[in-house]
Design a binder for this molecule. Sequence first.
Ligand code: G3H
Ligand code: 13P
Ligand code: ZN
Ligand code: NA
Length: 310
Amino acid sequence: PLVNTREMFQKAYDGGYAIGAFNVNNMEIIQGITEAAKELNAPLILQVSAGARKYASHTYLMKLVEAALIETDLPIALHLDHGDSFELCKSCIDGGFSSVMIDGSHYDYEENVALTRKVVEYAHERNVTVEGELGRLAGIEDAVNVSAEDASYTNPAQVQDFVERTGVDSLAIAIGTSHGAYKFKPGQKPQLRFDILEEVSKRLPGFPIVLHGASSVIPEFVEKINKFGGAMPDAIGIPEEMLRQAAKMAVCKINIDSDLRLAMTASIREHFAEHPDHFDPRQYLKPARAAIKDMVAHKINTVLGCAGKA
Ligand code: G3H
Ligand code: 13P
Ligand code: ZN
Ligand code: NA
């Protein structure tokens, strides 16, 4: 069966590593991710955004993830990514998810507390864990577009009050990561505010922290996409050493979506360029799935440090 995130985060915190939370929306993505985790015996979070749930439908995603549980026998959490309302969180909890995020970060502080508390009460009665968020990430947060100037780092002075009053099981914070493939301007030096992470973890000893917008935008994929007809100039992500550092600290969950998209797209673009006569989806989806598997294995080994921890 699915597991919630409580035990995996406890172990990750104590062990100085992080769990990968990978966004899923179709069979090949789920297979690529779970095959890598199985080979490396890694605990895993599969997460579904509101958009992904709309795209594939709740039932298809549930059944695909159930298939992955049967095939891998791993501790897997199925998590709602960026839930924006109580109703959406409730629907996912009632429908079998083991973990949800309620993202009230775009509300004012008291509204965020009240909404998050309401979700926690509903979720905990059903053994579902809840992730909250404080602070706003630059870039695109689902439908909400936060401009770089509006982005604000998490205020460490608020975290203890927020966690105590809401009862959340983990907290997403803003320390300089952002969603999507364009995290820094060309020429800008990628930076994360490790001082804020330190300060947050001092105020919340033993408490699991989550990093959103944590793709590295792996340069090899960007180059391949651009080489084979794509146009993604200046796509830049978070350097892997920085993520590894965060994983050794209080960060227990690292969210990765863009690197999956890039791995899949680079592989398919290359395939079509080299085989213009192919038109059977299996011909290009098989290597795309393998590219996702390789990328996830690389993350588990190099960034997350969670190999062998299942
Ligand atoms: O945080 C955003 C995730 O990458 C999901 O993106 O809303 O396009 O599915 P999406
Ligand atoms: P990336 O766009 O950096 O992969 O972030 C994904 C994410 O945070 C999903 O919630
Ligand atoms: Zn996110
Ligand atoms: Na950690």
